[in-house]
Design a binder for this molecule. Structure first.
Ligand SMILES: [Zn+2]
Length: 166
């Protein structure tokens, strides 16, 4: 056995990471969310690539969307002369411009160190703070088992756990 409890095992088998509203400690469905969706990605551009179309469509329908970028994206270049801070600010600016084009109302940059993001208490607290602030009806994030870089994984592990436990 791999040590998973029956409920977690059931979730693994179901290949679904949607919040289970019957799970122990699950919250009530939010009747009046402030935001329709929160999209949580590891890097600037992950939210666009993953959920850009849905975000644009929902924004066009008048729904409020917030994107969250977990890391500073400072590892996203192969140009050695590029200073990390300059790259971070350039990518954040690009991300803001993408939000403007798609109609995404808010974007939050958590600036955890790119390549070193872990499923830490600090990362989980940052996500909880934003979920409480924006009160989204649904949360999108990276698939937990997708062949993504390691930075994607902490967020994708933390978010379903947060949704399950509230
Ligand atoms: Zn990425």
């Amino acid at each position: 056995m791999n040590g998973l409890q029956p409920y977690e095992l059931q979730q693994e088998r179901a290949h679904t990471y949607m919040a289970d509203r019957k799970a122990p400690g699950a919250l009530e469905v939010m009747k009046t969310p402030d935001y329709e969706a929160m999209v949580i990605g590891a890097h600037p551009d992950d939210d666009d690539i993953g959920v850009g179309g849905t975000s644009a469509l929902w924004a066009k329908q008048g729904k409020k969307i917030v994107w969250v970028v977990m890391t500073d994206g400072a590892e996203g270049s192969e140009v050695p002369s590029l200073i990390d801070t300059d790259l971070m600010l350039a990518r954040e600016q690009e991300q803001r411009m993408a939000c403007e084009v798609l109609g995404v109302q808010a974007v939050e940059f958590l600036r955890f160190s790119d390549g070193h993001l872990t499923n830490s208490e600090a990362a989980r607290k940052a996500i909880v703070r934003l979920i409480r602030q924006y009160r989204p009806r649904v949360v999108f994030t990276h698939p937990r088992t997708a062949g993504r870089g390691p930075a994607a994984l902490p967020g994708s592990r933390a978010v379903p756990v947060l949704l399950r436990t509230g």
